[in-house]
Ligand binder design. Structure first.
Ligand code: ADP
Length: 296
């Protein structure tokens, strides 16, 4: 039902007392290796919620690629569309300081080799999906090709992260475009709009998407479509780790829209899934089952 097209990264995490300066070496904690990347995260989040989910991605022919494939399969994701080889698996090198702040270097690796040709070769998978969800940790021309390959009834959902200006062809296909406040600012560029989330959501809608969702962390989200703009209140929780909350939100929203939910209902569910995801550490490890969402 849901096809996620996107990145798969191994997250290599080391705790440090402080970051090294140029030419300096510091000792850190033991290495933690987690499966990550926005595409892989979304696919795991959706599958854990019970969605029939496939992932179109590229990993290296290496140990991190196998780790990522194992994590997808353990969650029940269809990995027939995960291509192997061409470059090393993408990695995110993450240092975390005592205040919890991250510094991250991403080596896209195989994610950068997921090509428009790979999307064309997966045309059957694309056309068989009710909803296709993409992000921008893969080449933009690959996302453009996905938009061109959509069947008339297939819904397209985009979280433009990391953000960059988008061609009108991509913007017009989004239903919805899902952005956090930072991404909203980058997509809007220099255009002066109000600081209120509702203003941003409406300004984004004017750029061409059929609908827009602005996520606001602990403040929930704003939705804008031709039917109007409205807030979606957050579910109050004790936040432990917000890593990957946006990916869980997007996955939940995309899946529910694919099932035929109205945008308001899908967003209300996605807010609950996002809230559940922040109550546990990690990204994929924090994603809830339907029972856990219901228990919130
Ligand atoms: P991103 O991770 O992309 O920056 P957000 O931080 O806006 O995205 O989080 C996505 C969604 O996850 C929010 O819209 C909200 O539903 C949920 N969420 C995130 N942080 C919290 C929090 N502290 N409390 C409750 N819900 C949260």
């Amino acid at each position: 039902d849901l096809l996620v097209i996107g990145s798969a990264n191994a997250d290599l995490v080391v705790g440090v007392e402080r970051r090294p300066g140029p030419g300096e070496t510091v000792l850190g904690s033991e290495l933690d290796v987690h499966p990550g990347g926005k595409g892989a995260n979304q696919a795991v989040a959706a599958a854990r919620l019970g969605a029939r989910t496939a992932l179109l991605a590229r990993v290296g022919d290496d140990a991190y690629g196998r780790l990522l494939l194992d994590a997808q399969q353990a969650a029940g994701v269809d990995t027939a569309g995960v291509l192997v080889g061409g470059a090393p698996t993408g990695v995110a090198l993450i240092t975390v300081d005592p205040s919890g702040d991250n510094s991250i270097v991403v080596s896209p690796g195989a994610n950068g080799r997921l090509t428009p040709g790979d999307v064309r070769a997966a045309g059957g998978l694309l056309r068989a999906s009710r909803v296709v969800s993409a992000q921008l940790e893969i080449p933009l021309e690959t996302v453009v090709e996905a938009v061109r390959g959509l069947a008339p009834g297939t819904r397209f959902v985009l979280n433009p992260s990391p953000p960059r200006p988008l061609p009108p062809e991509v913007l017009r296909a989004c239903d919805p475009l899902i952005v956090n406040e930072h991404e909203a600012r980058v997509i809007l560029g220099v255009e002066p709009v109000g600081e209120e989330p509702a203003d941003r959501a409406r300004a984004l809608l004017a750029r061409g998407p059929r609908s827009v969702v602005v996520t606001l962390g602990a403040r929930g989200a704003w939705v804008a479509s031709a039917q109007g703009a409205f807030p979606v209140p957050a579910v109050p929780v004790d936040a432990v780790d917000t890593t990957g909350a946006g990916d869980a939100f997007t996955a939940a929203l995309a899946w529910r829209l694919g099932r035929g939910d109205a945008l308001a209902d899908a967003a209300a569910y996605a807010v609950r899934v996002g809230a559940a995801a922040v109550t546990r550490a990690g990204a994929q490890a924090s994603y809830p089952t339907p029972e856990e969402v219901a228990a919130l």
